[in-house]
Design a protein around this ligand. Structure first.
Ligand code: NAD
Ligand code: LMR
Length: 328
């Protein structure tokens, strides 16, 4: 039996609740790997976390190797191979994700430092807590002993949303839609790229010829889907968010099928003209060993170029707002 240690922050929250059973069940790392969960919460939430841990025990998963519960980031990150940084305050109706910047940024300074000090040498990090691209930038900037390519922020939920919306419009199953990309920020400036997407292996624009629908309905629908879920549920997405994070981890440990790619925000080295050091959503492939490679050589029409410029501008503004938290 192998063992993998997985840190989940915000472990008593609603996204974590939808995530932890699946992480412990063997679904993500397989039946031959024991998962030791490192659960981080703030002190007042530790009693609720006890309840979640009781439920995990009561599932009787053969693959659950242990549970560490703590309010100390240094203890939580000790020896972890994966860190899923979920813990942060979610937005409420009427807020944009960047409104959370001030409230949540400080969390990621401490967790970046704790990861650099304590995590296993092969650690891979996914930031889910919003605004996730900029929180990832903060954690990475405070945890530079960990190589840049190990840090990611979550655009996989948007990717899954885009895939499902295109499938519905074309009247095909979700599996027929490939090569979807979420470019840029996990926010309402993201560019859900239909121009490079495929349906049954052919350009999605062959199957969906209504360009006006793609530009004026599909794109805004994906950009604002999080807010629509908040309006409908009275709380931000949890099941689909947990699923997106788990899809991301599964993709890290499984090679991406040939001819397709996934969406993930990674630290730019200048690809597609994005300044190096930005945490930007890109199309990526995985080697199944935890390494993502940005897919190069895609092109954008004038519509796409304008969308990329808008989301880059927003990320630059967010970066400016947290500059004091970004050590050089
Ligand atoms: P929630 O309020 O239910 O849970 C958040 C938990 O984080 C709480 O239990 C809180 O006590 C904990 N927490 C706060 N500060 C912490 C800290 N310093 N260390 C550890 N834990 C801490 O919220 P939720 O619905 O689970 O959402 C969590 C985050 O995920 C939010 O920021 C939300 O916006 C974000 N989110 C992102 C995506 C995405 O696609 N990137 C999708 C859904 C939700
Ligand atoms: C989402 O996209 O559902 C999450 O980021 C939560 C939010 O604030 O929209």
């Amino acid at each position: 039996m192998k063992t993998v240690r997985v840190a989940v922050t915000g472990a008593a929250g609603q996204v974590a609740y939808a995530m932890l059973g699946r992480l412990a069940s063997g679904e993500i790392f397989g039946p031959d790997t024991k998962v030791i969960l490192h659960l981080l919460e703030i002190t007042p939430a530790l009693p609720a976390l006890e309840g979640t841990a009781m439920e995990l025990d009561d599932c009787g998963f053969p693959t659950l190797g242990g549970i560490v519960m703590t309010d100390d980031p240094m203890k939580a990150m000790d020896g972890v191979n994966f860190a899923l940084l979920v813990g942060a305050f979610p937005r409420k109706a009427g807020m944009e994700r960047k409104d959370l910047l001030e409230k949540n940024a400080e969390i990621f300074v401490g967790q970046g430092k704790a990861l650099a000090a304590k995590a296993a040498s092969d650690v891979r990090i996914l930031v889910v807590g919003n605004p996730c691209n900029t929180n990832c930038l903060i954690a990475y900037s405070n945890g530079r002993d960990i190589p840049a390519e190990r840090w990611t922020a979550m655009t996989r939920l948007d990717h899954n949303r885009a895939r499902s919306a295109l499938a519905k419009k074309a009247g095909v199953g979700n599996e027929a839609v490939t090569c979807v990309t979420i470019w840029g920020n996990h926010s309402n400036t993201q560019f859900p790229d239909f121009t490079n997407a495929k349906i049954n292996g052919k350009p999605a624009t062959d199957a969906i010829t209504d360009r006006a629908w793609l530009e004026t309905e599909f794109v805004p629908m994906i950009q604002t889907r999080g807010a629509a879920v908040i309006k409908a549920r009275g709380a931000s997405s949890a099941m689909s968010a947990a699923n997106g994070a788990l899809d991301h981890v599964k993709s890290l440990v499984t090679p991406t099928p040939a001819g397709d790619w996934i969406s993930a925000a990674t630290i730019s080295k200048g690809e597609y003209g994005i300044p190096a050091g930005m945490v930007f959503g890109y199309p990526c492939t995985s080697d199944g060993q935890g390494n993502l490679t940005i897919v190069e050589g895609l092109s954008h029409d004038e519509f796409g170029k304008a969308k990329l410029a808008a989301t880059l501008k927003e990320l630059q503004e967010e970066r400016e707002a947290v500059k004091p938290m970004l050590p050089e």
